[in-house]
Design a protein around this ligand. Structure first.
Ligand code: SR1
Ligand code: MG
Length: 402
């Protein structure tokens, strides 16, 4: 029977599949399917009716990644992603697309089309400002990750929940691309901008103190099941719009989600704010618009500071309301717990900055800088920041909070 065993669906399959598995469209006569995803791992399609303008999204996981079809990746990651989305719908409905249908055989998820929102990375690269963005992201992380810790759920419930989100295949990708290859290019896949290659090799491959710190962060990433984290919270996983002068966000693509250190997500967000800032400084985006450039840079500077400020405020509130354990109620313990997350945020921000400069998975804020001098300077500035964050996170945090 059709759709009873997994295969990668194409256009007509997808239209039939959506029609058969949802009541969303009245008839399939005018349905069109287009691939809209440019992600590295899965396939994402928009299915729409040109007359009614109704639309829906289908995401399918194949047995390989979309960008590098060399090796098996279990499509059961889709079932886990659907479970994560279900939790997001429950704990942060405003900030997540509504899950409509999920199928573990075809490794498919059908969800609400968030077409009125735009990709945050793309928007930031056009110089748009979103007031309140960092507050929404901090709130999302508290609502979904901090709420899933044993402080809030109790150890037994947390352990049961955590076992559902065991995600070794995707974590292995992160282990390699974030915590190993930028410092030990064991697979020879790093991509170095030629004019910076020797400088970067010395900076990343030859600093034994840096390598030891990154090894400790890798160990923490693998062995600290603190809360349910998104695992790939870069600005391409955040969609954004302004409505009635208010910023709204939707968080997508939690295929890397697992029980890990909350600071990993916060560090990713901070790193991608920094990429947006660097792009505004080094690209030609604001060439003739010095006032807009200054406004954007001031906003992003404040967003960087306020991300951790709002995280602290929301975390204190969440923990004071949810902790039942008499030991965990200690104010000193709570402050120390949040402070450790803030320090690790800086360290994980450093690993994210570094891996996008030297590793194989780049970010367009770097690669689209065509002017050689600017690219050299931008990479070196980011690498200095990334390494300082890993080597001295407490000091960098104090600077950020000053
Ligand atoms: C082969 S996957 C490369 C990267 O894409 C994802 O979005 C993650 O960031 C991963 O590291
Ligand atoms: Mg993704």
């Amino acid at each position: 029977m059709r759709f009873s065993s997994h295969y990668k669906m194409e256009g007509d399959d997808i239209i039939d599949y959506v029609f058969e598995h949802t009541n969303f469209f009245d008839s399939n006569e005018n349905l069109v399917c287009e691939e809209i995803g440019d992600g590295n791992i899965n396939y994402v399609y928009r299915i729409f009716d040109n007359n009614t303008k109704k639309s829906i999204i289908l995401k399918q996981a194949d047995v390989q990644t979309r960008v590098r079809p060399d090796g098996y990746l279990n499509p059961d990651r889709s079932t886990r992603e659907a479970e994560v989305l279900k939790l997001y719908n429950e704990y942060s409905p405003d900030c997540s697309p509504k899950l409509i249908y999920t199928d573990s055989v075809m490794a498919a998820i059908i969800m609400e089309d968030i077409g009125s929102y735009s990709n945050l990375r793309t928007e930031l690269m056009t110089g748009k400002i979103f007031y309140g963005l960092e507050k929404l992201i901090a709130g999302f992380i508290v609502d979904t990750s901090l709420s899933s810790t044993d402080l809030c759920l109790g150890y037994q419930k947390k352990s049961q929940t955590a076992s559902k989100f065991y995600n070794p295949d995707l974590c292995k990708i992160t282990e390699d691309l974030v915590f190993t290859h930028p410092y030990k290019d064991v697979r020879g896949r790093n991509i170095l901008f030629p004019e910076n290659a020797e400088w970067l090799k010395k900076k990343f491959y030859e600093d034994s103190k840096l390598i030891a710190k990154v090894a400790a962060l890798k160990e923490k990433f693998n062995n600290y099941p603190q809360g349910l984290i998104h695992g790939d919270l870069h600005s391409g996983s955040i969609f954004v719009k302004t409505e009635n002068e208010k910023t709204k966000i939707k968080i997508i693509d939690p295929e890397f989600a697992f029980y890990g250190p909350i600071a990993y997500d916060l560090g990713n967000v901070l790193a991608h704010f920094i990429f947006a800032e660097s792009y505004a400084k080094y690209s030609t985006l604001f060439a003739d618009e010095q006032k807009q450039k200054a406004d954007f840079l001031l906003w992003i500077e404040n967003a960087k500071k306020d991300l951790l400020k709002f995280f602290y405020i929301f975390a204190k509130d969440c923990l004071s309301k949810n902790i039942k354990d008499p030991m965990y109620k200690s104010e000193i313990f709570i402050d120390d717990y949040i402070e450790k997350i803030k320090i690790d945020t800086i360290s994980f921000c450093g690993t994210e900055l570094n891996r996008r400069i030297i590793g194989s998975a780049k970010t367009p804020e770097i690669t689209s800088i065509k002017q050689i001098e600017s690219r050299i300077l931008l990479e070196r500035e980011l690498a200095e920041t990334g390494c300082a964050m890993i080597l001295n996170p407490e000091e960098v945090l104090r600077g950020l909070e000053a």
